[in-house]
Write a protein that binds this ligand. Sequence first.
Ligand code: NAD
Length: 470
Amino acid sequence: MTWMRDTVLIDGRWQRCPAVTAVENPATGEVVGQAAAATVADVDDGVRAAYAAGVNWGRTTGEQRGKALGELAEALRTRRDELVAATVAEVGAPIAVAEESHVDLAIEIIESFAAIARDTPLIERVGNSVLLRRPAGVVACITPWNYPLYQLAAKVGAALAAGCTTVLKPAELTPITTYLFCDAVLETSLPAGVVNLVPGSGSVVGPALTEHPDVAVVSFTGSTVVGRQVGRTAGELIKRACLELGGKSASVILEDADIAAAVFATVDSAMLNSGQTCSAWTRMLVPRSRYGEAVQLAATRANALVVGDPTDRGTDLGPVVSLKQRLSILAAVNGAVDRGATIVAGGPDPLPGLVGHFVRPTVLCGVERGDPVTTEEIFGPVLVVEAYEDVEDAIALANGTDYGLAGAVWSGDVDRALDVAGRLETGQVDINGAKFNPLAPFGGWKLSGLGRELGTVGIEEFTEWTAVQL
Ligand code: NAD
């Protein structure tokens, strides 16, 4: 299956673009699609359409927004198979991961915002004031390549529930799922111009959106380097920027934990989506007395993971998204080894018989405290095992990075785990492998970003308040 698109979506109509960029399947190197390379003029058209559509969409009731979002969830569900196929083809995610963590989660998120739109009062009373919950305006939704549909759903769902209109800019590597999302939008009663699409390069379309005077909010997910640029521009223009950036999250295994369960789940988290998950637990912190045992268990688990064809249901890890990404991961692993790290599973060697951008699930141990491999995001299937002396040391070690996106605590005593969780400088903590909750706020401390997505907290990023005194 291929997806050859050459259009931008402006005010409900597809318009042809003269320039296109190819989309590669990272498992095979084959071209599986193409997308329009939008210009600054296309961005301007998209923002104008969104701004004009906002006049009426911004005045809809929560019930109307909920109805349209419900229709969108349904339209996405009817094209689930194609969305899964496109995710496998453009991201390289194994089919089971594409189904559960990319597509079904995205649909669940749109559904959650349908309910939130219906349930959120647009007028509140405080003393002699009437508080009007109003849409902030046009939202630029700039998304990365690792979970393209999920990230889009988190932004568009919240923005539409808040009464905002949107202009979408997917990552150059993974635009296909965003096109399919827009196909679904066009099947709903959402008015023309509420969702516009301008695929294209980060260096042209990205700044054109961020700098546009009629964009009120930039909702950006991506690297900390680019997030900093977006934040700087937004600050200069006094517009809001929600920044969901990188991570280097720790899984803290306390000595009373079920160590095998904790280690296995930590390896699985680090390797999910070939390690290209911003909230992955890429550092495993274990008591020094259990270090050898934990390293062995981690190696056993990583070695058991099947790397290969992402269309095969038996595959655990597909390729990483690009050659550039593969080389950057291997450079991080080789750098750690040069500084004395030991590879206990995986490593930089190529996988025989595979032509795409594959990386072995890798476990490193024996690194110095503060080594870059323990503090810098690798964004590949690489787990580092570190030893701590006592709980205070574990907390200091977990907090010892510039990031603060996610984390885990494992203990036989939930109250003890909660106490440790409350001392981690991070936006999310899962205790004993608790499952992801799409209604809980998601976002980072420190260099992991500003603002929160998902759930009722998620719509605050797209809301302005007017207080009227009576
Ligand atoms: P990236 O920052 O290179 O690109 C992200 C998006 O920004 C892309 O659409 C890109 O085209 C666009 N962009 C590039 N330059 C821009 C500019 N100057 N102005 C505006 N937009 C611009 O990141 P990536 O390589 O696509 O994604 C990987 C990174 O994203 C990792 O660091 C990862 O941790 C992070 N990430 C964070 C989260 C989160 O929720 N915190 C989720 C997923 C990924």
